[in-house]
Design a protein around this ligand. Structure first.
Ligand code: PMP
Length: 416
């Protein structure tokens, strides 16, 4: 699967009409129109998703899976319909392979507890990459510490691309798992996960993909990727916070221990013995975030109406334009120049700390993220403590890029 669209079609994409769906984009900040370029941290919510949440809360809410009354059945139907939407969105074989979690972090921790603690033992090895977000490092470190396992790390070149020959060289008979980000949140590099999965499978090693930064921007097909697990978050794809998805192959999920015990995940309970419900319920203990799951289903409908290929093409054009204009700014250095990139631009402004860049851009109404982006090992590899990061969504415009460029110029003037 090539993740980069061959042709960009910015004119066919009615970004003004799309922006009208996002009430928050009409805000002014510091007296200037808001230019929201922090989408990798969290994206904004369109009116149809807000409306769906309001409709649920005003006419459909009750606890799910437990009662026979009208509202409970209505809520259960809507919750399971959302699961089916997510299944189609990522092309999973079956709806029961789609587990509602609180987000990517919980999905990865679920695999660590449910699969890792059973299958990873002393002396075993887990392959990660230097590009990973902390949420795809720390759980594995906790497991490695508990079990006496070792973490091996795939390096990158200076552009922020994984070195595949070194990846292959890390495998040995103790390798038990590969866990890799699909798209780097700090640099935007799109990793060749399909190829990495094939290489791992050739050695009998399962692969978890952290798709937090991929699902909002690319058409993701878990069957085409052939991944074993795929985790992502609703709030980065126009959905609510507190909801996410863990996709897992049915056979793997069935073989796993539940991560949390409680109501709704059991078949029978006695004080002597408990048997568990089938998947997906086995992994959804307690009352889930019902409204958020239904809202995420509405977000998927919204994205599908626009079309993921159209979204990817528009964002590719934004990235191309922004790269060209930031590259042309004296004193600005792009950090992360992979061939295959999603719409994330990390940069350094010579002589100015990233936090000052972010604070001064905010005074121009431009929201960017500054810091280590929860990727401290990557920052150490790049020899920086922090970067400034502009991250785009499909509702951003070329004018937003112009505002960023003008903002950086005015920051430079303050420090001149
Ligand atoms: N992985 C990546 C690549 C991310 O960008 C993020 C969020 N910044 C996460 C994992 C964690 O996502 P969440 O906080 O929604 O669990």
């Amino acid at each position: 699967m090539s993740n980069t669209p061959a042709v960009t079609t910015p004119l066919a994409f009615d970004v003004a009409r799309i922006r009208a769906d996002f009430p928050i984009l009409g805000l002014t900040v510091a007296g200037k129109p808001l230019v929201y370029l922090d989408n990798a941290a969290s994206s904004q919510m369109p009116q149809p998703v807000i409306d769906r949440l309001v409709r649920y809360q005003t006419t459909e809410h009750a606890n799910i899976h437990r009662a026979v009354h009208y509202l409970s059945e209505t809520a259960t139907t809507a919750y399971e319909a959302a699961r089916a939407r997510l299944q189609r969105f990522i092309n999973a074989r079956e709806a029961r392979e789609v587990i509602f979690t609180s987000g990517t972090t919980e999905g990865i921790n679920l695999v660590m507890h449910g699969w890792g603690r059973k299958n990873i033992n002393a002396g075993d090895e887990i392959i990660l990459t230097v590009l990973e977000h902390h949420s795809n490092i720390v759980p594995w470190q906790m497991l490695a510490l508990e079990k006496g396992a070792t973490i091996r790390v795939v390096p990158i070149n200076d552009a922020g691309e994984l070195l595949l020959d070194q990846y292959e060289a890390l495998f040995n008979e103790r390798t038990r798992l590969v866990s890799v980000g699909h798209v780097s949140n700090a640099l935007g590099s799109i990793n060749p996960v399909r190829q990495m999965i094939a290489l791992a499978h050739a050695r009998g090693v399962p692969v978890l993909v952290d798709g937090a930064q991929a699902v909002p921007h690319l058409a993701v097909d878990v069957r085409d990727l052939d991944c074993d697990f795929y985790a992502f978050s609703g709030h980065k794809m126009c959905g609510p916070t507190g909801i996410g998805i863990l996709y897992g192959r049915a056979a793997l999920l069935e073989s796993m221990q539940p991560f949390k015990g409680g109501g709704d995940m059991i078949h029978t309970v006695t004080f002597e013995k408990t048997t568990y419900a089938p998947i997906p319920n086995k992994f959804e203990a307690g009352t889930p975030p019902i409204a958020a799951a239904i809202g995420l289903g509405a977000a998927v409908d919204y994205l599908c109406n626009i079309g993921m290929p159209a979204i990817a093409a528009h964002e590719h054009e934004l990235l191309r334009y922004a790269t060209e204009h930031l590259n042309a700014l004296p004193g600005v250095r792009l950090i992360g120049t992979a061939q295959d990139k999603a719409a994330v631009l990390s940069f350094a402004v010579q002589g100015i700390h990233p936090h000052d860049v972010g604070t001064l851009l905010n005074q121009e109404g431009v929201a960017v993220r500054t810091g280590h982006h929860c990727a401290q090992p990557l920052m150490a590899r790049l020899g920086v403590v922090a970067t400034s990061r502009a991250s785009f969504a499909f509702y951003n415009t070329l004018a937003d890029v112009d505002a960023l460029v003008a903002g950086i110029r005015s920051v430079q003037k303050v420090f001149a």
